[in-house]
Design a binder for this molecule. Structure first.
Ligand code: NAD
Length: 493
């Protein structure tokens, strides 16, 4: 059953409990972004494989999975989490090869959270009540309404490359906890951990057809074939806003539900009454962690004028203290971007910033790397000041290790600047005046606000974006809302 994942050379689809290649024989290369070398060949799904995966998922709803008790199902999901932890090093190796991110980061965030996503939602579904309403009737006997949850059906999961295992399991965990089956289309950049999870599912006793994986690209490939498949009952997507629009259109055919977690251009607001050490540490992580490839990251920093110069100087020092290096370098805290293609995009904004008259506070280019890493997608952490508010560098999501810092004079101005874009994913407010922090947080148009912190995540809380950063909320009971159909049963007494 096992595919050659130990060597990670040949990544196949996982359909109905088996690893299978593409009938077309089409393969694409999976490249290590730290050195530009090919890690593996990946099978690209055609309509045939996507159809087989969806049909398997549909059939599995009526098989043993659909008949299991909640206790049985959630016990299996605990085993999935344990299975990931038991093979922690393999998952870590695979994730770091695909993304280039430091092992120190992935071992603390990506892999443990990937496992936790199964336990958290398995426990949650067991403990969330449904509603019941008694009502009077004209004949005096009354009626009783009660709601039950049922799985939505086959869920199409389309995930990005920045936190591959974490973001994919963030969807698959609750989807399976709620009794659905899934067909996952991971990012073409990072297919390995999603493929490896098939083995863990099998070992944990997840019935065949419950978890399926098809590999490939977006448009005119596996992603589009999945969204066009009429037997998929709902889609959960994390990725770019533009892709979200395409998926939303595809889901409209057949009136299928969607959950969209999309892009952002998040603002950090730093007030003069902040704790400067905390603000620098948090802004630093929010701009540069994961090489700036975090949807919640801060690419726009607004700083109260009286502390502007000090803040810029200290963030520059912090950025210049980052150690860029490959996953195995224990001292490295910044890896490469995910691909050379993405680096082209990021570098085009680095150039645009210069063209638009920015002051390059630090970075702005490609670092010198040793010969064995020269083919990697390395970029320097970069800070700019002095750009106009309408520069594309300030309005577009760059998704690289960079931020623009601009001064403000009043609280009202800071709020207006934060709210000035069509995105509304996240924001961080730095102030020791708690009344101000509450007041500002209430007025920021974003789904997630941090006060004096960043990326502090409690999985029970609602997660998602407003405006063009998404539709719907996942996390906690909100995931259960999306992954189940609530059915009201009204009994006349
Ligand atoms: P992307 O939109 O390019 O791709 C995401 C996934 O969609 C990939 O699996 C891709 O193959 C697939 N896809 C692309 N076109 C498709 C199509 N036409 N039909 C079906 N599937 C298609 O995004 P990305 O570059 O992988 O990820 C980075 C983006 O994700 C950034 O915009 C980032 O902000 C966003 N993101 C958002 C969140 C959030 O929670 N809001 C979290 C992480 C990343």
């Amino acid at each position: 059953m096992k595919q050659d994942l130990a060597a990670m050379k040949d990544i196949k689809h996982y359909i109905n409990g088996q690893y299978v290649g593409s009938a077309s024989g089409k393969l694409f290369e999976n490249v290590n972004p730290a050195n530009g070398k090919v890690i593996s060949k990946v099978h690209e799904a055609g309509r045939e494989e996507v159809d087989a995966a969806v049909q398997a998922a549909k059939a599995a709803l009526r098989g043993p999975w659909g008949k299991m008790t909640l206790e049985q199902r959630t016990a299996i999901l605990h085993k999935v989490a344990d299975g990931i932890n038991a093979r922690f090093d393999e998952f870590l190796e695979a994730e770091c090869l695909d993304t280039g991110k430091p092992k120190s980061l992935a071992s603390h965030i990506d892999i443990p959270r990937g496992a936790a996503n199964f336990k958290v939602f398995a426990d949650m579904i067991k403990n969330v009540p449904t509603e019941s309403f008694e009502m009077p009737t004209p004949d005096g006997t009354g009626a009783l309404n009660y709601a039950v949850r049922r799985p939505k059906g086959v869920i199409g999961v389309i995930s990005p490359w920045n936190l591959p295992l974490l973001l994919m399991t963030w969807k698959v965990g609750p989807a399976l906890a709620c009794g659905n089956t899934v067909v996952v289309k991971p990012s073409e950049e990072t297919p390995t951990t999603t493929a490896l999870l098939g083995e863990v599912m099998k070992e944990a006793g997840v019935p065949d057809g419950v978890y399926n994986v098809v590999h490939g690209f977006g448009g005119d490939s596996a992603g589009a074939y999945l969204t066009e498949h009429p037997l998929v009952d709902g889609f959960t997507f994390t990725g770019e806003t533009g892709t979200g629009e395409v998926i939303m259109k595809a889901a409209a055919k057949g009136i299928r539900d969607i959950s969209l977690e999309l892009g952002g251009k998040n603002a950090g607001l730093v007030f003069a009454d902040c704790d400067m050490d905390k603000a620098i540490e948090g802004t630093m992580r929010s701009a540069f962690a994961n090489c700036g490839q975090v949807c919640l990251g801060t690419e726009r920093v607004y700083v109260e004028r009286s502390i502007f110069d000090e803040f810029v100087r200290r963030l520059k020092e912090a950025a210049e203290g980052l150690k860029i290096g490959p996953p195995d370098d224990a001292d490295a805290n910044m890896g490469p971007l995910v691909s050379l293609k993405h680096r082209e995009k990021v570098l085009s904004y680095y150039q645009k910033a210069v063209d638009d008259g920015a002051t390059v506070v630090t970075g702005g280019g490609v670092p010198d790397m040793p010969a064995e890493l020269a083919g990697g997608a390395w970029v320097q952490p970069t800070i700019w000041t002095g750009l106009a508010d309408d520069s594309a560098v300030v309005t577009d999501e760059i998704f690289g290790p960079c931020c623009h810092i601009r001064p403000f004079d009043t609280e009202e101005e800071a709020i207006e600047l934060a709210n000035s874009l069509p995105y509304g994913l996240a924001s961080a407010i730095w102030s020791e005046n708690i009344t101000r922090a509450h007041r500002v947080a209430g007025q920021i148009e974003a789904g997630i606000i941090w006060v004096n912190s960043w990326f502090l995540r409690d999985l029970r809380t609602p997660f998602g974006g407003s405006k063009q950063s998404g539709i719907g909320r996942e996390g906690g009971v909100h995931s259960l809302e999306f992954y189940t159909e609530m059915k009201n049963i009204c009994v006349k007494l």
